[in-house]
Write a protein that binds this ligand. Structure first.
Ligand SMILES: NC(=O)c1ccc[n+]([C@@H]2O[C@H](COP(=O)([O-])OP(=O)(O)OC[C@H]3O[C@@H](n4cnc5c(N)ncnc54)[C@H](OP(=O)(O)O)[C@@H]3O)[C@@H](O)[C@H]2O)c1
Length: 253
């Protein structure tokens, strides 16, 4: 019987590539997102209702999340993996220029949405001795100007992953925090409000990670022997590395 992976945020970027990779390896998948047209197209691409099930809901909405889970067909109920991928960044400005509503949207999606769905699916994952993979970011460990709340949400995801791992190690459930750096996807268009020039500038000449690189890493994590847990993976393109600490200097007099 095929294993089943539940992948949030599968309508683009990492989530879509993860779904394609797992199905190519014989898994069946549950796909989530708000854009129904994209979910339907991906379900078709992956082989239809026998291989994939699309659940359309906003992960910030607990009632909608519960309704969607109740609608899951019987053959997709036993979950071997949960990939908590849905998430976003909004804005790149300094904290005092940020919109409070955008901050709350990031917290509601990246933190509250992620823990809600994890809690709702946990018993099923324990029953299957399954795997939880959470998409954090290098922003969890490496602060940068303009990262403020986004980095805070991803630090939560990383620490939550390690805490879950502590709670679940006696239950045969594996937990991994995936922490990508510069990666090319719609993420940057969402973050900049659709600014294609900013998107092009960020990636130009940098050979960023591609969604397939993240999918490959997560498939590798899932395919290791059941007694092996990868706690965290920090992954960057070769072109990206660290800068010195910034020092602000007073000018004048
Ligand atoms: N790209 C990067 O540089 C990068 C680096 C490190 C970590 N990450 C993390 O990796 C994850 C995936 O990012 P990506 O690059 O693949 O971005 P992406 O292409 O913009 O995909 C984001 C996915 O999240 C879903 N999503 C967002 N808000 C949602 C909501 N309220 N309800 C349900 N689904 C929602 C979107 O689906 P709908 O819009 O259809 O709802 C979409 O499928 C995110 O958690 C991101 O923070 C990205």
């Amino acid at each position: 019987m095929s294993k089943i992976a539940f992948i949030t945020g599968a309508t683009s970027g990492f989530g879509k590539a993860i779904a394609q990779r797992f199905v190519a390896e014989g898994w069946n998948v549950v796909l989530t997102g708000r854009r129904k047209d994209r979910l339907d197209a991906l379900v078709n691409e992956l082989g239809g209702a026998a291989r994939a099930c699309g659940l359309c809901f906003d992960i910030r909405d607990e009632a909608a999340t519960k309704d969607a889970l109740r609608s899951l067909p019987a053959e997709f109920q036993a979950l071997d993996a949960l990939v908590n991928n849905a998430g976003l960044a909004l804005g790149t400005g300094p904290a005092d220029a940020c919109d409070l509503g955008e901050w709350k949207t990031m917290i509601d999606t990246n933190v509250t949405g992620l823990v809600t769905i994890t809690r709702l699916l946990l018993e099923r994952l324990i029953a299957q001795h399954g795997l939880v993979v959470n998409l954090a970011s290098i922003a969890a460990s490496w602060p940068y100007p303009g990262g403020n709340v986004y980095g805070g949400t991803k630090a939560f995801v990383r620490q939550f992953s390690l805490g879950l791992r502590s709670d679940l190690s006696s239950r045969g459930v594996r937990v991994t925090s995936i922490e990508p750096g510069l990666s090319e996807s719609e993420f940057t268009l969402v973050r900049t409000g659709g600014d294609k020039a900013a998107y092009d500038k960020l990636y130009r000449g940098a050979k960023p990670l591609q969604p397939e690189d993240i999918a490959e890493t997560i498939y590798w994590v899932s395919s290791l022997p059941a007694h092996v847990n990868i706690n965290s993976v920090e992954i960057m393109p070769v072109s990206q590395s660290w800068a010195p600490f910034q020092v602000h200097r007073e000018t004048g007099a």
